[in-house]
Design a protein around this ligand. Structure first.
Ligand SMILES: O=C(O)CCC(=O)C(=O)O
Ligand SMILES: [Fe+2]
Length: 376
């Protein structure tokens, strides 16, 4: 693999011991594209259990193409995040607060005391913006020259997302096209291409709180390209963890990035559409482990989201239990807005907690020499 040893992508190795890691299954893209029934069954079983798998892209030319694009995206992401002034990045607006959807625009979650993005910054490119033709969508000057790559990355990712979704249809006993017709490239949907930048900490030590707190994605599925560690998952069927509870630290497992693979996880939209037959994988992102912590981390993420007019209720199928009670389903647009707003409120809470802890630490450090002087 051409990039496997490139220091830009792998500045330090993922620690080979001492971490609790989750050994995810590896699914072959070539087998999925060739309709291999066994591989399809494995995807369904993973979706019904933990909701995460490695997709081995090296097995097919289509996979190698998307890997190449992901590497280009990493390169572009690193360049623009490191070299574009904050005021300029901010000229790429997110949706207004009442819409909430984080499908477009630049966002810095924290700014440090010198005015630089801290913990996490990201930009999102809207799939519908580029392909649905329902809005006058323009990339800001600092991204516009890369539009062709963004378009290709979104189009090729959409093909892979739909390959995975198509494989679930017969196993969910729903008509062919039930899922893929909801995830067309050209439908208004809230789907995005995202680049995340986690700047290295000033002291090279891990942050006490994860910059991306625990969440399930408000999407049907997500395809993640990451070269440094940081992602942690907690098994979806873990009986110790209810959705609303804080996880015990021992329930989190590191996921080691695998060269040549993307990481796929199902999101909450799939758990709604299948009444939890397919489970959304819960995850968070911590500072990279070991020596990797000294280096900034870039990840590239694509998502499939149901077309915004989709009614968010379970498909009718003999293998999908039907909910009792009134049908008060939201459209995918309303549902997505609510989900994203809640996730962002969680992120905000996490950041405020982290900032308060930082201030307390600084106060304590500032008080220490005085104490020494006082006692001298
Ligand atoms: O940066 C990552 O590795 C994952 C980010 C993530 O989970 C998200 O944006 O939903
Ligand atoms: Fe996520």
């Amino acid at each position: 693999m051409e990039y496997a040893n490139d220091k830009d992508f792998y500045p330090a190795p993922f620690p080979s011991s001492g971490l609790q890691t989750f050994d995810l299954q590896r699914i072959s893209l070539a087998k999925l594209l060739n309709g291999d029934p066994q591989e399809g069954k494995r995807v369904f079983n993973i979706g019904s259990n933990d909701g995460f798998f490695y997709l081995d892209l090296t097995t097919h030319a289509k996979g190698l193409q998307i890997l190449e694009l992901a590497h280009k995206m990493h390169h572009i992401g690193k360049g623009v995040m490191e070299n574009t002034p904050l005021e300029e990045k901010r000229t790429f607006p997110i949706r207004p607060a009442y819409v909430g959807l984080l499908d477009t625009g630049y966002k810095a979650l924290c700014i440090d005391k010198d005015g630089n993005p801290d913990r996490l910054e990201m930009f999102n490119i809207s799939q519908a913006g580029l392909f649905a033709g329902n809005e006058d969508y323009k990339l800001p000057p600092w991204l516009a020259s890369h539009e062709t790559i963004f378009r290709t990355m979104i189009r090729e990712s959409n093909n892979i997302h739909n390959t995975i979704l198509a494989i679930l249809e017969p196993q969910l006993q729903i008509p062919t096209g039930s899922l893929t017709s909801l995830h067309r490239l050209t439908s208004p949907s809230g789907a995005w291409l995202r680049v995340l930048h986690y700047p290295a900490t000033a002291d090279g030590k891990p942050l006490p709180n994860p910059p991306t707190p625990p969440h399930k994605d408000a999407v049907s599925l997500a395809m993640l390209f990451a070269w440094q560690g940081g992602l942690q998952i907690t098994p979806a069927n873990n009986p110790n963890i209810a959705d609303h509870e804080e996880e015990d630290p021992k329930d989190w497992y590191w996921v080691a990035p695998q060269p040549g693979c993307a990481l796929i996880n199902f999101g909450d939209a799939m758990s709604v559409l299948t009444n939890n037959v397919i489970k959304a994988g819960k995850h968070r992102v911590c500072s990279p482990p070991g020596e990797q912590c000294k280096y900034s981390r870039i990840s590239v993420l694509t998502s499939a989201r149901p077309a915004e007019t989709t009614m968010m209720r379970p498909f009718k199928s003999p293998v999908i239990p039907q909910p009792a009670g009134n049908d008060d389903a939201l459209t995918a647009l309303q549902w997505g807005m609510e989900k994203v707003r809640k996730t962002l409120a969680n992120v905000q809470r996490g950041n405020e907690k982290a900032a308060a802890e930082q201030i307390a630490k600084e106060k304590e450090a500032a008080a220490r020499p005085q104490l020494l002087v006082a006692s001298a």
